[in-house]
Design a binder for this molecule. Structure first.
Ligand SMILES: [Zn+2]
Length: 544
């Protein structure tokens, strides 16, 4: 039988490069061009010239890879990277910076599953599967090697000359727009995702080879002579809760009905260190302030849990999230996110109720001063509706899909608020379990969310915007405290004084030093000015 060969059209290698370059520029950069049009509206000719400049720049770049055996893999890689990034940038306003790559690398399969929606699937088919199939289908015609070198060079140099001429002619317009809106360049696709991924992997390689430096090895607890029971602090590390949806702040809806009855101190002006879990959690637990924190410093130095352990305090971390991001690397750690308890868990993730039985067991076993971290799943999106049990569907109609584009903004907010309502219940339940043991322990609870969330404001969804661009919604987080009378006394704390100071600005910078303050730990790394309690402790040795 004669073999039927499939029809394959032929195309020159530079032509294919140029078409792919134009495809990237015109089809996978909706956000970039949207920002360009918005910010250069007064200079339409500069906008038109920019289309030309970016197009020739992309064509020059792609043509550089126009060689036998190299061209197709490179083109397919660029199309895949760009269409993937375009989905997140164009649908959620998320910019793919190195922190975003870190989030993607540290995510769990259950979390990732929520992002694989029908809309995502359709986008991938249209914008990467079809172009990839076309690239694979065509037969690329290459010139003989010397001619090819010459022709590619002429194309690249020609493109760069045009780019240079246009950029030079309109440099004033472009520079002014970029200076005011640095996110314009950051949304250029796939340049930003590729640069970010490269920076992330270089950094991760360096960090993997570095040694962790001990911190606060001189730490000691100042004993409270008059107290005949252990002191316990629960740190609840929240997830994606934003301050503006807490009625303990000034949210119009009552999303904190239970905490409101529990005599908590709420700090309404608290800002986060980062806008994503992978930045905020290690930063919160590090001895550094946001101004001095880098991911490398965080991973190369011990943190709060280590200092507490050096002081002889019992430390444990329960995680119902994507891990401690290094904060619990050297202490007892219990992963609850992979539990299978049907009361709380479904499809590889659990609601925060999963903590409670474990918490009871842990509290019953407390025999000395202890600190336990509960790292929540909280309000993690986009599937907010999966974060709470049916009883907490108070605000309706709620968005019941992870495909946020299928929901109205008010439905998204309703689902989100229900998740806050459940966190309100969860925190109150933890407080009640501590209260129930007041004969055996002196207890305190500190709650801080890792970052906020955009729920459609300014066209943004989710979180993870670069900090300097991030809106208030992503950086303003809830922070609250609850202390029982014996614990308050054991800190020599004037609670009325503390209540008066809650309106002062606070931030993630305060967590490390305030927990040391709560546990009466003295160490050379403790900075009283970052301890929210320090100004309200009575002088002299602590004691009731
Ligand atoms: Zn987070």
């Amino acid at each position: 039988m004669k073999k039927q060969s499939i029809y394959r059209p032929s195309i020159g290698s530079v032509s294919l490069s140029a078409i792919t370059g134009l495809y990237l520029v015109l089809f996978l950069n909706r956000t970039f061009w949207g920002k360009v049009h918005a910010n250069l509206a007064a200079a339409p000719i500069a906008v038109a010239a920019l289309y030309l400049a970016i197009s020739v720049l992309f064509i020059a770049f792609v043509t550089a890879f126009s060689a036998k055996y190299v061209i197709k893999p490179v083109l397919i890689f660029l199309v895949l990277a760009a269409s993937l990034a375009a989905w997140f940038t164009d649908s959620f306003g998320v910019l793919v910076d190195p922190d975003m790559i870190r989030n993607a690398m540290e995510t769990t399969p259950a979390e990732a599953n929520h992002l694989i929606t029908p809309g995502f699937f359709l986008h991938i088919v249209l914008f990467s599967a079809i172009p990839t199939a076309l690239i694979l289908w065509v037969r690329v015609v290459h010139r003989p090697i010397l001619k090819k070198l010459l022709w590619n060079s002429v194309t690249i140099i020609g493109c760069l000359l045009i780019f240079g001429a246009v950029a030079g002619a309109y440099s004033k317009d472009y520079a002014a727009a970029i200076r005011q809106h640095r996110d314009i360049v950051k949304s250029l696709n796939p340049v930003t995702p590729i640069v970010s991924a490269t920076r992330y992997f270089v950094q991760a390689g360096k960090e993997a080879r570095s040694v962790v430096r001990p911190v606060g090895t001189d730490a000691k607890v100042v004993p409270v002579m008059s107290l005949n029971k252990p002191r316990v602090t629960i740190i609840v590390a929240g997830e994606t809760a934003r301050a503006m949806n807490f009625s303990l702040g000034d949210y119009g809806r009552n999303t904190n009905p239970e905490l409101q009855k529990r005599n908590v101190l709420y700090f309404p002006h608290t800002t986060s260190c980062g806008t994503a879990t992978a930045t905020s959690i290690p930063c919160m637990f590090s001895p550094f302030t946001r101004a001095s924190y880098t991911h490398a410093k965080g991973s190369q130095n011990e943190g709060l849990m280590d200092v507490l352990a050096h002081a002889g305090i019992d430390v444990t971390w329960f995680d119902n999230n994507t891990g401690s991001k290094g904060a619990a690397a050297r202490i007892p750690y219990v992963d609850l996110a992979n539990s299978t308890d049907p009361r709380f868990c479904r499809n590889g993730e659990c609601q925060d109720g999963i903590f409670l039985d474990r918490l009871d067991d842990w509290l019953n076993g407390v025999s000395k001063d202890s600190v336990l971290v509960l790292h929540q799943i909280g309000s993690h999106g986009p599937a907010y509706h999966l974060r709470y049990p049916k009883e907490f569907r108070k605000f309706t109609p709620e968005c019941e899909t992870a495909e946020l584009s299928n929901c109205k903004d008010n439905e998204i907010v309703n689902a989100y608020d229900n998740s806050i309502l459940y966190t309100d219940h969860f925190l109150s339940t933890v407080i009640d379990r501590l209260k129930a043991r007041s004969d055996k322990i002196a207890a305190g609870l500190i709650y801080m969310s890792d970052h906020g969330e955009s729920l459609g404001e300014k066209g943004l969804y989710l979180h993870g915007a670069p900090y300097f661009l991030a809106p208030e919604e992503q950086k303003h987080v809830p922070f609250l405290l609850w202390l029982d009378p014996d614990f308050t006394a054991s800190m020599a704390l004037d609670k009325a004084c503390l209540a008066q100071s809650t309106n002062d600005p606070t931030s993630h910078d305060n967590l490390f030093h305030s927990v040391l303050g709560m546990m009466n730990v003295v160490t050379s790394v403790y900075e009283p000015k970052l301890d929210v309690f320090a100004g309200c402790k009575r002088a002299g040795p602590p004691g009731p």
